[in-house]
Design a protein around this ligand. Sequence first.
Ligand code: NAP
Length: 268
Amino acid sequence: MGWPVGHSRSPIIHNHWIAEHSLRGSYVLLPVAPETLEQALRALPVLGFSGCNLTIPHKVAAMSIVDQIDPLAQRIGAINCIVVETDGSLSGCNTDAFGYIQSLRDARPNWQANAGPALVLGAGGAARAVIAGLLDSGVPSIRLTNRSPDKTQELVAAFGPQVVAVAWAERHAAVEDVALVVNTTNLGMQGQPELDLNLSVLSPQALVSDVIYAPLETPLLAAARLRGNSTVNGLGMLLNQARPAFNAWFGVMPTISNALLGKVHASF
Ligand code: NAP
């Protein structure tokens, strides 16, 4: 469920796994306007759904509608997955943090969370999941910078002293000594301006990642690759956040096969 939702690649991913595991069912896109979210969610058990995903703008609003929320999603402050329980109640969880960390591990099996501080750009829903995932994986500290400073302060208050606020205007200098740079803003997405980030003081060993997957290589990742840094795009996060959701609905942890990757790549 989203509003709008037509751009989503999730049906390609989940319908591939439904067929692969010979399940009888279908993953469908449901455009749901914000004012009808509660009615739509309460209809899920009646209509025979196992659950649903939530995307923009429902991830926060749904928290006050569902019946149970797991502790990680509580900490992140957003849910992207709902499971319809056997008694018809709705459980909310967040699989974006798992998805992000697993995407780093898939792309860079030797990735060491404790290699040094991370710089996170952006303080929206994706940033919250990325920060929770990084802290839980053992990243020692996070420099957080966002255009709107009040949102940076909100996240510093929510996640504690390992997250340090950096003014948006100071973001270029904050690149120094970090082991990981993560863009979680909309900047660099198709139709959006580029992220302006000077990488000249970035360590050659640092990993640069972007949660954006359209385009697959954002200008930030292209600039990092050209100066020799390793990069990870947002497609792995998208694919990996879907795995625990599918597992929660159907009791099977699916894998990301080359056949699935081929279908997803063909959709760009
Ligand atoms: P969001 O909650 O709306 O947050 C958007 C963030 O981008 C905010 O920090 C916002 O800053 C910043 N931003 C937007 N326009 C900006 C501009 N012109 N200059 C500077 N900063 C700007 O959105 P979200 O849910 O976090 O999603 C952010 C991105 O992550 C999207 O591209 C989305 O597609 C992607 N995403 C990917 C995955 C995946 O699976 N790969 C999952 C979730 C999200 P302000 O606070 O100042 O407005």
